[in-house]
Design a protein around this ligand. Structure first.
Ligand code: FES
Ligand SMILES: [Fe+2]
Length: 403
């Protein structure tokens, strides 16, 4: 079945894992932030299409991405989702020991005397994958030649918005991380994320925080009033608010949106999520700085926390939905924030979306499936599908930034 712009993806695209792998080998994809691995030795594991990886904050302060498999007999080295490792990475199987900054083998005591001087030992190291940090956000690429133009452009676009948060300089901590295996195609999760017309019926709680027209380009009279008040306030405070739509390499969109009157953060009751402000804010602001990344993430910066969500494929019809909540380093759970209160909005909203994504995935497996048209103001669904079709296609050229 042929793809038509403005319609959903054909089933043979939705369930094509080779195509997904090709895309993730050409384009940078979001894998977390410096807030997920804030201090040296912190790690964060994730899976992509049957391979296991880990982010690792080195003793030298650099965050790297390694394949989470031992060079000896392929055992998984780090078993937890997140945590802190020792001064070296030690495989639990036969204790081969690796340098956390380089992935080089340091010791393999069971291999006998003289082994470390052999060529085999010199060649045995953890496999490193391309990782680039943009404004404290981390992007990996499975291919050997990821585009530097694209990450430089992302940095240029985002710095005026995210600069005051200085996520790249640290000072944050991971308040909570959640990951869920979802019985849905990762592409259905992304299309659902870019869509707004399901929100009114399916995210009743979220509609308390946001005017329903916030996210889809349409406006209402009530939204216009909120936005105008927000713009006046943000201009006085020197905060960037203008939407930066997907352009050039098409991988990032950023916008500041007002929260409902009286709301101080993204919480169901409008009360602050944390008592410790971030991002240079001197008071709570009823807004979110929201960023959408192709192919796989959406991130919300408020004046007291950062909430990140991203999705990665496991196989044709399963994916992992990762979510992290980042607060100021000195915020104390039970004193400055209550965990349930901090995480509730995205925990509940994501659960509502998961059901929809599973239903759409099952529908796409049906012999009666036909990709349907997106609503007229769902241009971000169309943008995502066009982008995916273009950059996941076979052949050269998909690495190039385009205007
Ligand atoms: S598999 Fe890791 S040390 Fe043997
Ligand atoms: Fe949703």
């Amino acid at each position: 079945m042929k793809y038509t712009s403005g319609f959903g993806l054909p089933a043979e695209v939705v369930f094509d894992v080779e195509r997904a792998f090709r895309l993730l080998s050409k384009k940078w994809f979001f894998v977390g932030t410096r807030g997920d691995v804030p201090t040296p030795r912190d790690y964060f594991t994730f899976d992509v299409l049957g391979d296991e990886f880990t982010l690792l904050h080195g003793a030298d302060g650099v965050i790297r991405c390694f394949v989470n498999r031992c060079a000896h007999q392929s055992a998984r080295i780090l078993k937890e989702a997140t945590g802190s490792c020792g001064p070296n990475l030690v495989c639990p199987n036969h204790q081969w020991t690796y340098h956390i900054d380089s992935g080089a083998l340091r010791a393999a005591s069971m291999m006998g005397q003289g082994f470390m001087e052999t060529d085999v030992a010199r060649r045995s190291r953890l496999t490193e994958v391309a990782l680039h940090e943009v404004e404290g956000m981390l992007f990996a690429c499975l291919g050997d030649e990821p585009s530097q133009v694209e990450v430089e452009e992302m940095s240029t676009v985002l710095a005026p918005y995210t600069g005051p948060f200085a996520l790249e300089r640290g000072g944050y901590k991971l308040a909570h991380h959640q990951r869920e295996v979802v019985p849905a195609s990762w592409l259905m999760v992304m299309i659902n994320n870019r869509e707004c017309c399901h929100c009114r019926q399916n995210h009743r709680g979220l509609l308390e925080l946001f005017d329903p027209s916030s996210f889809n380009g349409a406006t209402s009279a009530s939204y216009d009033v909120m936005m105008a008040a927000g713009i006046e306030r943000w201009e006085q405070l020197g905060r960037r608010w203008e939407e930066h739509a997907f352009t050039k390499s098409d991988s990032v969109r950023v916008a500041r949106y007002p929260l409902s009157d009286g709301w101080k953060s993204i919480t169901f009751d409008g009360a602050p999520a944390s008592r410790k402000l971030i991002g240079g804010w001197e008071d709570y602001d009823a807004s979110t700085l929201s960023i959408w990344f192709n192919p796989n993430a959406w991130v919300h910066f408020t004046s007291d926390h950062i909430a990140t969500n991203w999705v990665l494929p496991i196989d044709a019809d399963h994916c992992t939905l990762y979510s992290s909540w980042i607060v100021r380093e000195d915020a104390v759970e039970g004193v400055d924030y209550e965990l349930e209160h901090l995480i509730d909005v995205w925990r509940v909203t994501n659960a509502e979306d998961v059901d929809l994504c599973e239903a759409m995935t099952n529908g796409a497996k049906s012999s009666y499936y036909q990709p349907g048209p997106f609503a007229p103001d769902e241009q971000f669904c169309t943008q995502f599908c066009d982008w995916y079709m273009r950059y996941s296609a076979e052949g050269p050229g998909a690495n190039e930034a385009t205007s």
